[in-house]
Design a protein around this ligand. Sequence first.
Ligand code: PLP
Length: 392
Amino acid sequence: METGIRRDPLASRVRRVKPSGIRRFFDIAATMEDVISLGVGEPDFTTPDHICQAAIRSIEAGNTHYTSNSGTIELRRAIAGELKKHTGVSYDPAHEILVTVGVSEAVDLALRAVVEIDDEVVTPDPGYVAYEAGIILAGGVPVPVPTSAADGFEPRAAAVAAAVTPRTKAILFGSPNNPTGSVISRAELEGIAAIAQERDLIVISDEIYSRLVYGVEHVSIASLPGMSERTIMLNGFSKAYAMTGWRVGYAAAPRVILEAMMKIHQYAIMCAPTDAQAAALQALGEGEPDVERMLAEYARRRRTIVDGFNSIGLVCHEPRGAFYAFPSIAITGMTADDFTEKLLNEERVAVVPGDAFGAQGAGYIRCTYCAAHDKIEQAIERIGHFVARHRA
Ligand code: PLP
């Protein structure tokens, strides 16, 4: 008898998810020497020492067990304080805050908690790669809202309204946005809030880059009148505190939604890592000078990279947040894939093709400025040589 699997072993929704377009070039880059990577979206800084020490102390004190499924109450209280300070919204740490394994888990929980099979979820394009995948894995249908360089890639409320149908359940967006660095203004958020209220939609607001903004205010949509009741706000420690490897983030939402997310979390995850929660508590308590120090350095690099791209002919809008530049490569006439591969082979600079983040990213590349300032200068010089050779 045939003993191998004879039926399709995979669920169709998993088949429908494309592998992330971000990692592809890094396997090639890893085999090469002298590569400058503007590819991976994570801080090049190591976690501030006092934060690491807090985790070490926690382990040494014997805190090696599970915590409450929701996260330690001390951390949830500190998160509530942080949210009150930065957004003005009050959340009950006992019922409205859940500590998660990064914002990654929180995105997945939020979608799985609210999306019914075939529900539509409206989300800006280009946008973070996990959004589309998360919507599909939750059984939903992603509906892209096109954004454009002419608007600095800021999603327009009118475009959101145009994407909403009777089947829409939620709007999911990140502000500041990965990959474009766009920050949604208060006025556009008010427009989006009005649509959500009129059409009775849930808003999933990924605010992981909320502390990394340059000369503009970050507004949480949950802080607008009537919006905390229908918003799942997500934030975390990976970016602002340089804590990607610790895997800790959180969701804040109305109790009925939070409890549904918690139900999934307790079965799938149990709790976020205990030592990471101790580190996160320390970050909220004492990490503000670190956030400011790193932010100042990102601001300096941002100026260099954006001006650098514009000076070599790759037109680059002003990113207002996060740590990504998203220049146009139209001048070369190449596809983003072609550009990325040739740039890596010829000049040893790793970037990410813009269409890895959605169809509207075609003709752009995403470059992080999570690299030392002098590396960014060198990268711009190398890309400048490349562009000079390949101008269409
Ligand atoms: N959301 C956005 C917009 C991101 O860019 C990232 C990471 O790149 C995440 C969420 C995931 O972050 P975490 O490390 O908290 O899981």
